[in-house]
Write a protein that binds this ligand. Sequence first.
Ligand SMILES: Nc1ncnc2c1ncn2[C@@H]1O[C@H](COP(=O)(O)OP(=O)(O)O)[C@@H](O)[C@H]1O
Ligand SMILES: [Mg+2]
Length: 253
Amino acid sequence: MPYITVVLNRKGGVGKSLFTVNLAAVYAEIIDGDIDVRDTEEHVPSVAVVSIDPQATSVEHAQKVRKEGRRVPFRVVNASQNIDQLRRLRRAKADLIIVDTPGFMPLKEEDDEDESIDPLGDGTVGDALRAILDVADDVIVPLEAEGSAFSPTKVTIERVLRPRQIPYGVVVNNWDPRDGTADRDRTISLAQHRDWDLYKATVRHYKQHTRGIVNGRFCTQYESNHASTKAKQDFVSLALEHQLRRQKYAEGR
Ligand SMILES: Nc1ncnc2c1ncn2[C@@H]1O[C@H](COP(=O)(O)OP(=O)(O)O)[C@@H](O)[C@H]1O
Ligand SMILES: [Mg+2]
């Protein structure tokens, strides 16, 4: 049975699609190595990316990687319109499935606390999110190291994840060490204040990440130089911490 990790945050642009493909690439490299695992009946890649985002950024990223003649070491499934497929996801052939999700219904500030409103909203996006959260084993919540993502993240954690009792961890993303540690530290202390479960790993800002979708590379395929190595290392560390959490979550069951 596959382990299903959902990358979720109500706010767009916080790094959900970036996290999805790069975590998948790192895991695939660790589990399958760099042998060309053919996607056939007998040889299925261990890792799959499932996108339920109508914008399908991670699907597009994988297409660009292929177009540039590089290998996509995981299976890619666009399931934004296929709720039944999501409900059956536990029966899929994979060890690990990472799910890329869209941002969802922006609530008015005063609706944030209104229990009668489902923050996942109506329509296909809401239905797809509900279906995927029903089968999720854990959730990764990227959070940008500057203030504006805080309120949507609060709704994501406190109104979507906690009531469902899904284990989750918040990962501070996109902080630039050249700007100093103030933004990152403020974000961490806000999260601690709300008692959110935080990853120790953070993902720093690197141009390589922004360019990856343009020039068709995952972090495992960045050119070999110092900055690229550090950019990739953040996802390796995140994958390792995620793996340790999986063990912890399993013991907690
Ligand atoms: N750590 C980072 N370093 C550099 N660029 C980043 C980083 N995180 C996100 N970005 C860029 O920010 C934009 C939004 O990220 P994306 O993953 O598409 O967000 P989401 O899927 O949450 O909407 C993309 O252009 C992405 O490359
Ligand atoms: Mg996205």
